[in-house]
Write a protein that binds this ligand. Sequence first.
Ligand code: E4P
Length: 216
Amino acid sequence: MKFFLDTANLDEIREGASLGLADGVTTNPTLISKEGGVDFKQHIAAICEIVQGPVSAEVTSLDTEGMVREGREYAKIASNVVVKCPLTREGLKATGILDGEGIKVNVTLCFSAAQAILAAKAGASFISPFLGRLDDIGENGLVLLSDIIEIYSNYGWKTEVLAASLRNPIHVIEAARLGADIATMPFKVIDQLFNHPLTDKGQAQFLADWHKSGHQ
Ligand code: E4P
C-alpha cells in the first residue's frame, strides 16, 4: 500500500519524505488555505519538487468547462500533478475529457459504491472514498472501501483506490488489510502509527540498565 500525505504543509511533506512515507501528496482547498495566502500554482510546484509521486491539485470551478481549463493549467505545473475533480456530474464529465488528453484525475468526495463505479467508468486514475467523514455521520467508511475494492477487482478496472479522510491508525491498518492501493493521511496519523507505550517503556528500561552497569 502506498502512503500519501494529506497536507499542503511543506515542513510535514519534507519530514514525510525523509521517513520514506511520502509516495504522493493529496491537497484540497481547505488544506491549501491553512498555509496562508500562498500562490496556489507555486505551492503545488514546491510540493512537486519534494515528492516524486502523484500530487493532487483540486479544481474549484463548478462547471465542466472551468474544471477542464483549470486541470489543463495544473497539469503544466509538473509531470506528477494529478487533477482532483469532485464526484459530480460536471466533475465526471471533466474527468473523461482530461483523461482523454492523458491528464490523470483523482475523483474526490466519493461517499458511495455507486459513485465509485461512475468514476471508474469516467476514466478516473484514482478514486477517493472519504472514510472518516462517513464515520462522522454514523456510517461505516470501511464498508464502503471494501465494496469499492471488491467491485473494481471484479472487472480489473485500472482506477486506483485511494482511501481518504483517514483519521486514525485503525483506518490505516484496515485499509491495508482490505488491499487499498493507497492510504492518504494527515501527518498526525503518521505520528500515531509510530507510537507505542511499550516501545518507550522498553527503551527507557534498556538504557537505565545499561547505565546502571557502569556503561556511559
Ligand atoms: C483527500 O484527498 C482529502 O483531502 C482528505 O482526505 C479529506 O480528509 P478530511 O475528511 O479529514 O478533511
